[in-house]
Ligand binder design. Structure first.
Ligand code: CA
Length: 55
């Protein structure tokens, strides 16, 4: 039997959004204290992804 060619596995590493600490993407990473998926202040997690004291 033949015809079996080597196939390179397409490792897609182009999208770095899952690793990069982007405030508002819902992923708490890097310097972010929180990330609730938005960049709205006043809801407990500020626009810069710092925990807000709702007091
Ligand atoms: Ca927020």
């Amino acid at each position: 039997m033949s015809g079996r060619s080597e196939r390179s596995i397409p490792w897609k590493v182009g999208a770095a959004s899952a690793c990069a600490p982007v405030c508002g993407d819902g992923i708490e990473a890097g310097p972010e204290e929180c990330d609730d998926g938005n960049t709205t202040s006043g809801d407990g997690c500020s626009s810069t992804c710092h925990v807000e004291d709702d007091g």
